[in-house]
Design a protein around this ligand. Structure first.
Ligand SMILES: [Zn+2]
Ligand SMILES: [Zn+2]
Length: 300
């Protein structure tokens, strides 16, 4: 059983695995092999993953058989375990609890080499739909305080693409960076009685300087203080409190903006040269933020 230990100096929780230690932001799964090699995520290889948790399937197809469009399975090498109690305890000046959490993989398509930019709109929409369903389900588990949906995409130029997938991690602790964002939002609200995110979005829409796409319901913009080249935020135009509460209509609009963002970026850089990470954050104050951080691989 992995353990969560609190560092009273850094004020953060660290996952202590029995064989090695990992920071909570260090989740990774074993490398998915490139095209040509065996891939457990490809259609037909369903018995090479743990049994599925959920799937969007064609009519009549059975669980853990071919015939799916989006499939969710537990991570084969989870950083945290789903079964058990937290068993929070103090150890002198320290705090610890059992390493309880969820670690799932959403396989976005049965096709090994279909990336998000090429995928038809319906496919993107179904993936977003599955994000929302898994989020709703995991939110029912009272042990979890934080659920992160994230995607890493990395393929050096010319190399084959790994099978498109997203990871979901639910943890019983709130990461420091998120706690900071919540505090900033709270302070802004306490001082002005307005939402920090709504204020920033309105200012960006007024100036237009950093707007990439202004959709009917979602706005894509570059942050004033970008941390990476091509860092892009996709945020709802109107105040909305939870990604889990997004309507089907919102998911449709979000998929349209996401696809447009990818097309825009592809005009600048080829997708093979563009490893990126994308994370969906759920905030309490302005509640839906879809953050899309895109980092260009700096080679030499
Ligand atoms: Zn594959
Ligand atoms: Zn707001």
């Amino acid at each position: 059983m992995p353990e969560l230990r609190h560092d009273p100096i850094q004020k953060r929780w660290v996952i202590i695995a029995s064989d090695r230690s990992r920071r909570p932001d260090d989740f990774s799964i074993s490398k998915v092999p490139p095209s040509g090699g065996f891939c457990p995520f490809c259609e037909g290889n369903e018995n090479k993953t743990p049994p599925e948790i959920a799937a969007i399937r064609n009519n009549g197809s059975r669980p853990n058989q071919p015939g799916w469009k989006v499939r969710v399975v537990p991570n084969k090498f989870p950083a945290l375990r789903i079964e058990g109690d937290l068993d929070r305890r103090g150890v002198g000046a320290y705090d610890r609890m059992n390493g309880i959490g969820a670690h799932e993989v959403i396989i976005e398509t049965p096709r090994h080499d279909e990336n998000l930019a090429d995928a038809p709109l319906d496919q993107i929409k179904e993936v977003l739909w599955m994000y929302r369903e898994r989020l709703k389900d995991l939110l029912r588990d009272r042990r979890f305080k934080y659920i992160l949906i994230f995607k890493n995409y990395g393929a050096a130029a010319g190399a084959s693409l790994a099978h498109p997938h997203t990871q979901i991690v639910a943890t019983p602790v709130t990461p420091l960076a998120l706690a900071r964002e919540l505090n900033s939002s709270k302070e802004h609200y306490e001082g002005k009685e307005r939402c920090l995110f709504c204020d920033l979005i309105q200012q960006e829409l007024d100036s237009g300087e950093r707007i990439v796409i202004a959709g009917d319901q979602f706005v894509a913009m570059t942050p004033f203080a970008s941390r990476f080249p091509f860092e892009i935020f996709i945020v709802p135009r109107y105040h909305h409190h939870s990604f889990a509460d997004s309507s089907d209509d919102m998911l449709h609009h979000l998929s349209v903006v996401m696809k447009e963002v990818f097309m825009e970026i592809l005009l600048e850089i080829s997708i093979e040269d563009l490893p990126f990470s994308m994370s969906f954050l759920c905030l309490v104050s302005c509640k839906l933020i879809v953050q899309q951080g895109i980092e260009k691989l700096l080679s030499g």
